[in-house]
Ligand binder design. Sequence first.
Ligand SMILES: [Ca+2]
Length: 203
Amino acid sequence: MKWVFLLSLAGVVQVLSAPAETGCAEGEFCRCPIHGFTHWLRIGNKCFSYHGHPVNFFQAEAQCRRYSCKGHLASIHSCFENHQIYSLIIARNYTYPRTWIGGLRHNRCNGFRWTDGSCWNYNNWYPGEPNNQFGREYCTEINFGAHQKWNDIPCCLPRPYVCEIPIYREGQEEECGREEEERGREEECGREEEEGGQEEERE
Ligand SMILES: [Ca+2]
C-alpha cells in the first residue's frame, strides 16, 4: 500500500508543478491570463480574449486598452492565428458572429494597419473585400460571409470583439509610453453610429 500512496503523492506533485496553462516557460513571469481575468487564450507571444457585448470599433479598442496599456484589438499574422481566433470565438460564443479585429484603414487610403502597430503581413479578406463601400469602411471584422473571412465595414457598427495583450516578463509592463497612449485614443462616432443600423444591410 505504501508504494501506491507514494505514486499518488508523486502524481499530485507533478500536477502542482506542471507549467501553467499559458505555456509560460518555468520561472518566467507572464500575464496570461492576466491577474483577475481568466480564460485568456495564449497564441504565440500574446493572450487573446473574446468579448460578446457589441460596441463600435473605437469603443472596443479602448476597452482592450483598459485591460493593459499594451492591450489592443487583435492583430492576426498567419493562417494559424486566424484559425485560433476563430476557434476562440466559437468556444466562447458557440457560433461565429461577425467580430472586430484590429485592422484599420490607414489615412483613408487602401492600405490597412493594425491598431497594435504591428506589421500588416497577412490577410484573409472575403472575395471582393475590402471594397470600402460608399467610402466609409475603415475597420475590419472577421467571420464575414464565410468562416474566418474578413470584411471592411463602417467603424461605428456594433460588434463583439477580440482583445490581445502581449506576454511580457516581470518589469516590462512599466514600459508603456506616450506613443501607446496616443495610439489608443478613442475616436468619436457620433452621427455615423446613429446611422449604423442603416449601414448593416449594405456592406
Ligand atoms: Ca466591405
